[in-house]
Design a protein around this ligand. Structure first.
Ligand SMILES: *Cc1c(COP(=O)(O)O)cnc(C)c1O
Length: 247
């Protein structure tokens, strides 16, 4: 048992509750997705068993599937909810469709169509967020904000997908006001699409990470994806940003 993960998880929950309170949002308005990429399956099972965390996020499809399978036959396995949050290539869609519950990183029709076609009939529909390139980084994945409605219309018609909302990964910004500005534009797009689409299950804005979750909560996120602040610095890579944007 690694006591630090449990304590850091509690600290993160505390940060979330404090941020909710600071802007007058109800306690529990924001769901915590624990990003376990690069950490072993044991980290997931320990956190799940000790504090009841259920949602886990993975970036690399094969790594995620290995953990899902490793935990599937353990007592906690059936209670876990697995989210694929990393970039998707065509040759990986089948694994995602067969093993994950959620995908946050759908950014083009072709990938969505493959996921829908490949989702096994015995499973419930795959829960989908569209990744939006909200700050326009040239090297980043994500649909352009002005094309999000068109993509959402197409995805919402796919039989084996259930469209839940949007996901963003803005470039890291130090300044809280700057973070807020980007997150607010994502929030505005989320609400605009909610009005224009009126979909029954449109309820998820996946936005905010270890370094900017307070700003994201203030801007209206309802799902934060937190890795480093829970599990510690990653032993190898796994950064959501293109390397050049950090320089
Ligand atoms: C790694 C990752 C996170 C978590 O980032 P931290 O800074 O470790 O909290 C969130 N979202 C995506 C898409 C990621 O790749």
């Amino acid at each position: 048992m690694n006591p630090n993960w449990t304590q850091s998880w509690r600290d993160v929950c505390q940060r979330i509750r404090a941020a909710e309170q600071a802007c007058g949002r109800p306690s529990g308005a924001v769901r915590l997705l624990a990003v376990s990429k690069t950490f072993p399956a044991q980290a997931v099972s320990e956190l799940a068993e000790s504090v009841g965390q259920r949602d886990f996020g993975e970036n690399y499809v094969q790594e995620g599937v290995d953990k899902i399978l490793a935990l599937a036959s353990t007592p906690i396995g059936p209670q876990l909810v697995w989210h694929c949050i990393g970039p998707l290539q065509s040759n990986k869609t089948r694994l995602v469709a067969e093993h994950f519950h959620w995908v946050h990183s759908v950014d083009r029709i072709r990938i969505a169509q493959r996921l829908s076609d490949q989702r096994p009939v015995h499973l419930s529909p795959l829960q989908v967020c569209l990744q939006v390139n909200i700050d326009g980084g040239a090297t980043k994945s994500g649909v352009a904000p002005e094309s999000a409605l068109e993509l959402a219309l197409a995805v919402s018609a796919m039989p084996r997908l259930q469209l839940r909302g949007l996901m963003t990964i803005p470039d890291p910004l130090e300044d809280l006001a700057a973070q807020l500005q980007v997150h607010r534009s994502a929030s505005a797009l989320f609400l605009k699409l909610e009005r224009e689409l009126s979909l029954p299950h449109w309820d998820t804005l996946s936005m905010g990470m270890s370094a900017d979750l307070e700003a994201a909560i203030q801007a209206g996120t309802n799902m934060v994806r937190v890795g480093a602040a829970i599990f510690g610095q990653r032993p190898r890579g796994g950064d959501p940003f293109p390397v050049q944007s950090l320089q």
